[in-house]
Design a protein around this ligand. Structure first.
Ligand code: FPP
Length: 220
């Protein structure tokens, strides 16, 4: 969801104004995804690197997350929410809200929203490696048992399938540590549209483009 800051700057407003507009865009896109029958959506809301931003901006983002989670239950009553990333650096109140929402929506099977917050694809793989090493050290598994399926079981997204399509807005053409494992064969879609302007029409344009792609997964 890239380009919030530039969207605000173009309007002579502070970057945080862009994040608020970005949150609104996210609501609309998630609603549309659910309505058209997409099963899983992952939103990259805050990366492990985003803590390096000025404290004032991080504070506003944390407040936005807090407000968003407060209303998430009523707005997304038919969605399951799962957070990707280590929750420990967040405030106690935010952490409690995240855990409560995960628990309260755990029974929902239709539409699953992964909210990546303090998420990094490399960090996720380091965490998986550590878990497997601990289990090997405890004698629960042997190193030979470590295969792709074993790593997948330790990912935040397990048991969801690999990601089909990654959309990045604002003209940047890189993955920036997003779904490093699950995105190995994802189709990539880059658009110059800044995230707050990414509306349902833009989503459908991305899906239309995706539907034309030939996915070969290394085969011919
Ligand atoms: C990237 O744009 C955006 C972010 C780091 C934050 C994304 C957050 C939201 C969309 C807020 C809503 C999310 C939730 C979960 C409520 P940027 O700031 O890097 O923009 P720039 O590239 O133009 O500077």
């Amino acid at each position: 969801m890239d380009g919030n800051g530039r969207w605000a700057k173009k309007r002579g407003m502070p970057r945080t104004f862009g994040h608020k507009a970005g949150a609104e865009a996210m609501r609309k896109i998630l609603r549309e995804c659910r309505e058209i029958g997409i099963r899983y959506v992952t939103c990259y809301a805050f990366s492990t690197e985003n803590w390096k931003r000025p404290k004032s901006e991080v504070d506003v983002l944390m407040r936005l997350f807090d407000e968003y989670l407060d209303e998430a239950h009523e707005r997304f009553d038919k969605s399951r929410l799962i957070f990707l990333g280590d929750k420990s650096p967040f405030s106690e109140s935010l952490r409690e809200k995240m855990i409560r929402l995960e628990n309260e929506t755990a029974h929902i099977d239709g539409f699953i929203i992964f909210l990546a917050m303090n998420y990094g694809g490399r960090d996720e793989l380091v965490r998986a490696a550590k878990k497997l090493a601990q289990r090997a050290a405890a004698g629960e598994i042997s190193p030979e048992d470590i295969d792709e399926a074993a790593i997948e079981r330790e990912l935040y997204t397990y048991p969801a399938p690999d990601c089909d399509l990654i959309i990045r807005t604002s003209g940047e053409q890189r993955l920036s540590n997003f779904l490093m494992w699950q995105g190995a064969y994802s189709e990539l879609y880059f658009t110059d549209t800044l995230w707050p302007d990414f509306d349902t029409k833009a989503l459908h344009a991305a899906l239309e483009e995706y539907s034309k792609r030939q996915r070969r997964f290394g085969a011919v």
